[in-house]
Ligand binder design. Structure first.
Ligand SMILES: [Zn+2]
Length: 126
């Protein structure tokens, strides 16, 4: 394992990222396990009310899962930046990201200004 020379706040943020990544991996694994179990053992007697409830649950799970996967990807990318020493720099403009922003959102790849540009929906032509 290489020795990293990073600032104490980066170390703190990296620890939080690792912890969050572990939580998300556990969540995704749990879901994968549940899905396998369900297909292995299909229920043979269900009334319509139960089916509807199960469908709703599946939709919620899928959205949660998609969100967790996206967040995990962002965290993995952030941890990679910790390793290569570019953590805390905006991936767009290269300026340092405000530390308060990093503590609020440790996985963010962009500074406030660039994030605003990324979140802006495509401008409709009038
Ligand atoms: Zn920027």
């Amino acid at each position: 394992m290489p020795v990293l020379v990073v600032s104490p706040s980066t170390q703190q943020l990296a620890a939080r990222l690792l912890q969050r990544a572990a939580e998300l991996r556990a969540l995704l694994q749990q879901h994968a396990g549940a899905a396998v179990g369900a297909s292995d053992n299909p229920p043979d007697v269900l009334d319509f009310k139960d089916v509807a409830a199960e469908d709703r649950q599946a939709i919620i799970d899928e959205a949660t899962l998609a969100h967790a996967t996206a967040e995990l990807h962002q965290i993995v990318a952030a941890l990679r930046r910790v390793e290569d020493g570019s953590y805390g720099e905006c991936q767009d403009c290269g300026e340092p990201i405000d530390e308060r922003r990093l503590f609020a959102m440790p996985a963010t790849p962009f500074c406030t200004a660039c994030q605003a540009i990324h979140e802006r929906p495509p401008m409709p032509r009038r």
